[in-house]
Design a protein around this ligand. Structure first.
Ligand SMILES: C[S@@+](CC[C@H](N)C(=O)[O-])C[C@H]1O[C@@H](n2cnc3c(N)ncnc32)[C@H](O)[C@@H]1O
Length: 148
């Protein structure tokens, strides 16, 4: 991690044409400290990271080399981006349990958080529950409406 961070500091510093001395001056630290970070000998104090990131015009994530992390919303968007229903259109077992334990009644409300493409929300609404559903993906919400 120390090496990645140091290499990123050097990379983004050079990209914006800042010398080690200039970066050090703006952070109010010694030039040797910056040099040691970039060589991977030491790492900056945690509290300095936001200032370094701001000066280098990158996020702290990017500075730490974490920008390839799994992005759940984009991942689901791409799974849903076909005419097929990725999770199918049959309700899950949980819906059958709800039917069994709390038989449908207009006074019963269901909140489906992360409804995906809506198979459960639409099924439960058809059964007679008052259903509210939402999903982080636009395409999921769109397909839920289509299914309804
Ligand atoms: C495993 S899928 C399940 C979809 C659906 N419940 C089903 O069984 O078909 C999880 C869903 O949660 C959604 N999701 C994840 N985080 C969310 C958040 N913070 N707010 C709303 N939806 C979210 C994802 O977009 C994804 O569609």
């Amino acid at each position: 991690m120390k090496k990645i961070l140091g290499a990123n500091i050097a990379r983004y510093r050079k990209e914006i044409g800042l010398t080690q001395r200039e970066l050090a001056e703006r952070l109010n630290i010694s030039c040797q400290a910056v040099s040691k970070w970039e060589n991977g000998q030491t790492a900056p104090d945690l509290y300095l990271l936001p200032s370094i990131a701001e000066l280098l015009h990158v996020s702290t994530d990017r500075l730490m080399g974490c920008f390839h992390r799994f992005d759940p919303v984009n991942d689901y968007e791409s799974r849903y981006n076909t005419d097929e229903y990725y999770w199918g259109v049959k309700p899950s077992y949980m819906c059958l349990k709800i039917l069994e334990l709390l038989p449908p009644d207009r006074s019963l409300s269901v909140l489906d958080i992360g409804c995906g493409e809506g198979k459960d929300a639409v099924f439960l609404a058809r059964c007679g529950y008052r259903v509210s559903a939402f999903d982080a993906t636009e395409i999921g919400v769109e397909k839920t409406k289509r299914l309804a």
